[in-house]
Design a binder for this molecule. Sequence first.
Ligand code: HEM
Length: 550
Amino acid sequence: IRGAAETTIGFGPSLGMAAVPDAVIQKYEGSFFSFIKGALGGDLQTLAGGPLFLLLAKYYQVHGPIFNLSFGPKSFLVVSDPVMARHILKSSPEQYCKGMLAEILEPIMGDGLIPADPKIWKVRRRAVTPGFHKRWLNSMIDLFADSADCLADDLIMKSQTKETVDMEERFCSVTLDIIGKAVFNYDFGSVTKESPIVKAVYRVLREAEHRSSSFIPYWDLPYADQWMGGQVEFRKDMEMLDNILAGLINRAVETRSEASVEELEEREVGEDPSLLRFLCDMRGEDLTSKVLRDDLMTMLIAGHETTAAMLTWTVFGLSESDPGLTKEIQAEVRTVMAGKDRPTYDDVFKMKKLRYALIEALRLYPEPPVLIRRAREEDTLPAGGSGLKGGIKVLRGTDIFISTWNLHRAPEYWDEPEKYDPTRWERPFSNPDIKDWLGYNPEKISSQFLYPNEIAADFAFLPFGAGKRKCIGDQFAMLEASVTLAMLMNKFDLTLVGKPEDVGMKTGATIHTMNGLNMKVSLKSEEIPETNDWWAQQHLSRGFSVNGRP
Ligand code: HEM
């Protein structure tokens, strides 16, 4: 499609459209065997011969920031351009909805915030947002710290027996325990024990991931949940989780103490700090409908492995970087936390290097690596970096993948894009070749956020999405991960077992390691490590001043 005066792209199989774009990439690059296996299993990942986002990255290098990808009956418009992404994500949720993602997630999340259609979403987003108020977030810090303490106790034992620890698994357990408490005041206790409920949560998560990378809706086959191995198990798992949720919701309803949003925000958090408590007590909330269940289930799934993945890839990034980087962050953590065993909200704010280390992991490993939308009306995308005059017409019904993986790793938008380098967030970056892209400007980082957000990078960085359907838990996740990592770095040294290449990568909704993040843990004295201004050196060696100014 390069060089065309105006380009029309669009597929609307569900709407019976037959528009054929100039570039339909039907080339399949895996082996014949894996193609057949993928087709039978209906699994895009197998079809692609590996994680789908890696295939999209390969095509991006050949075909540029916008191309069509067809897999059998399915077609997607793949966008890897900040100007186009900005246009799509800032358009109204009515213009671009969640499309196939909603269809896939509906059996699990119902009408929860992620899959909700624009009409329901509007009502629910307005209801749920106040639950994430500043006071509540502040009170969550103790919950994060209690869970990190639990993890630390376990790591102390492992350090004594010199056992190898799979930190990815540990982070998943910690974040599951946190989200259980934060969302419905339920203790999964997964850091310390295995339970059938925890296993059910993980099986449901894996099924959700498998569905999101499948192009045959095998779960819709007649009576699939009665005869199809995995689907029977899935139904039973969902029944188990639904029963638990129903019990928790009923308990909260029975003890309801109705109040206005303002009163709730002022109220002492007390014994039950959960979102369920907040929503249940909120005047006007309809407790008879299913939406409360759907929103809570959505948050359990959305807020758990995403944060675990950010922690996992941060620890991985640090372990493969120059040791000077870890020392700098440890020095920062220990200076800020001197004499304390847990950080406060203000402490997290002061630990800038630690937060940049976390957000840098989301640049290299965005969770999820693609955002999915469907055009509900015809539209014209701006040309962005494609050089296409007159923009790109998108037909109604077109399924779109915004590849955050490609955006976050493109040399057009990042200096040394493949390098894990948390210091980059202090240096500006621009590219006059990309029309209408303002570049990355650290001075635009809002003091309201704990991270450089999409505005500072003018949509080349979308760690929590953007626009109206941006993540509702971004600050929660940043606080949670910062407290957890700070408490670990305050006490322990973590050393990767084996080579970085052994860790591998696989994907579903989030990017997991292939073989776990195996590490040796050792207790560290809490004194502040000596540093030789390693961080500042990174700026100086690239021609910037010590604080990252040009
Ligand atoms: C939406 C990422 C943590 C709840 C999103 C989106 C992204 C994202 C990229 C936008 C999806 C889209 O545009 O299609 C992340 C990452 C996290 C994280 C990387 C952790 C590092 C959380 C947490 C919660 C949460 C902790 C809840 C406690 C949600 C919800 C939505 C969402 C409810 C849907 C928002 C809407 O459509 O109104 N998240 N998330 N997320 N996230 Fe998160």
